[in-house]
Design a protein around this ligand. Structure first.
Ligand code: 4NP
Length: 152
């Protein structure tokens, strides 16, 4: 799960998908990263943590890190929160970029629409709840699409 800062959106997406995978008994390793390095080593935004916890998910263990080229090789599937993140993933990955692995997360919910998960950086708590619901629906689709399959 990749966003810009790895502090608001992608930590929520990581926490939600890891939680759903665990509950489904899937041995999936979910991670998240930011395309920028502004928040490396930091905990998720306090409102991301708060809204996750209200929904029964603890994301306080996460620490910000920057997306790197090696991630393109290590992970089977990479989801960008918005189209700018997608372009940055492509730029950072250089010759390792594999377009079959990378998609916008919301294309799982609204195929082909290329919609962005709204940036919450200057948002209110209400926005975090809205984005949580959106990410929750998208992650549910990911589980139903890939559970029982080998992603390649
Ligand atoms: P995120 O949100 O990409 O969802 O983690 C942001 C976090 C930090 C900044 C922008 C967006 N920033 O400009 O520092």
């Amino acid at each position: 799960m990749v966003c810009l800062g790895n502090i608001c959106r992608s930590p929520l997406a990581e926490g939600i998908l890891q939680h759903k995978a665990n509950v489904a008994g899937l041995k999936w390793k979910i991670d998240s990263a930011g395309t920028a390095n502004y928040h490396v080593g930091e905990m998720p935004h306090h409102l991301s943590q708060k809204v996750a916890l209200i929904n029964g998910i603890d994301i306080s263990y996460q620490r910000g890190r920057q997306f790197c080229k090696e991630d393109m090789l290590e992970f089977d599937k990479i989801y960008a929160m918005d189209t700018t993140n997608y372009a940055e993933i492509k730029r950072i990955s250089k010759d390792a970029f594999d377009e079959n692995k990378v998609d916008l997360l919301l294309n799982e919910l609204y195929p082909g629409k290329n919609l962005n998960v709204p940036d919450l950086w200057y948002g209110t708590e209400e926005g975090y709840h809205t984005v949580f619901a959106l990410l929750n629906d998208a992650c549910e689709k990911v589980i139903s699409k890939y559970a029982g399959t080998k992603i390649k």
